[in-house]
Ligand binder design. Structure first.
Ligand SMILES: [Zn+2]
Length: 113
């Protein structure tokens, strides 16, 4: 897959469990809700919550403060291996039939998707 110059490919996917390895949310884990490929950022469930003032809407007629996840740079997160439960470096490999797979460098297990 071609990657635009100067941009880092995002190594995690929506639905992955990741651990934050840098910044003020270091050590927190959560599920990737969204990957912002253009910005190389990710939004992680319940991590980096920011309070936003919202205008009254039909759903929230009184308006008010809502908490919402803000994005983090994908370079600050590591994939958590579902097999060994550790924040893992990921190796890429190919199966005999040519399917590209991700593998955990800790335990060598294949990571789904
Ligand atoms: Zn592992």
């Amino acid at each position: 897959m071609a990657v635009a110059a100067g941009r880092q490919p995002v190594h995690v996917k929506k639905g992955d469990t990741v651990e934050v390895i840098a910044g003020k949310h270091r050590g927190k884990r959560g599920k990737v809700l969204k990957v912002l490929l253009k910005d190389a950022k990710v939004i992680i469930e319940a991590v980096n919550l920011v309070k936003r003032h919202s205008k009254p809407t039909q759903k929230l007629p009184q308006g008010g403060i809502v908490e919402k996840e803000a994005s983090l740079y994908s370079s600050r997160v590591m994939l958590v291996c579902p097999k060994c439960g550790k924040a893992a470096r990921v190796a890429h490999g190919y199966l005999a039939d040519g399917t590209k797979v991700r593998m955990c460098k800790n335990c060598g297990e294949q990571i789904e998707r």
